[in-house]
Unconditional design. Structure first.
Lengths: 20, 205
């Protein structure tokens, strides 16, 4: 089927440190 | 757990990016001059970097909008990819700006960038939040108002987010108006040519 991301997967990234 | 090393491309990456637009109402200017492209992104990481650095919708002044659209589609009825389409519209009560608006908008954004509308994600053009004194609005814009199957699939709003995060469920439970509140789909052509303040709903869920 079509590729999807679920909300839990997306939310896992919310407070992750970002490499610059 | 998400990896720090590799950015996670959004499902849309192969065909397009997402673009965030900001509208600030300045009556001395033409409508289009008040619309600004903020930035475009194509990874989960860049989405959050953007989201956490811009003002929450609830903090914007009345008359402002955020729009998130697929790159190449401008957030206006006139765009060739919008003009035959319409929008699923949720109108919020005034008091919800400070309690639920930001969560509703974030859930909507996640549904878009996660392409959570199954095989009908291609029908989605974008989403708009309008901050207005008389009641804020959140809408998902779709490409083709006559595509009943696609429009109604998208409009089964439970798919915007799984329970207990369903916008429809939260909205109806909060207001306690389970049978009275409808979420309506309006064709842009009807909105553009309406004579009164209300646009007729083409579909309701």
């Amino acid at each position: 089927g079509k590729k999807q991301y679920d909300r839990e997967f997306l939310l896992d990234f919310q407070f992750m440190p970002v490499c610059i | 757990a998400p990896s720090l090393q590799a950015p996670h491309p959004l499902p849309t990456l192969l065909s397009f990016r997402w673009a965030l637009w900001f509208f600030k109402n300045d009556k001395s200017k033409m409508w289009q001059a008040n619309l600004r492209l903020v930035t475009k992104f194509s990874t989960v990481e860049d989405f959050w970097a953007l989201y956490t650095h811009i003002q929450l919708a609830s903090k914007l002044t009345s008359g402002c909008d955020y729009s998130l659209f697929k790159d190449g589609i401008e957030p206006m009825w006139e765009d060739s990819q919008n003009k035959r389409g319409g929008r699923w519209l949720i109108t919020l009560a005034k008091q919800q700006r400070h309690t639920e608006l930001d969560r509703f908008w974030l859930e909507t954004l996640l549904c878009l960038i996660g392409e959570m509308f199954d095989e009908y994600s291609d029908e989605v053009c974008g989403a708009v939040i309008n901050i207005r004194a008389k009641g804020d609005k959140i809408a998902i814009w779709t490409r083709e108002a006559e595509n009943r199957e696609g429009v109604t699939h998208i409009g089964r709003v439970e798919s915007w987010a799984p329970p207990p995060f369903s916008l429809r469920r939260i909205y109806k439970e909060h207001l306690g108006l389970s049978q009275k509140v409808a979420i309506g789909y309006q064709a842009h052509a009807d909105t553009a040519t309406k004579s009164g303040s209300l646009t007729k709903n083409k579909f309701v869920v």
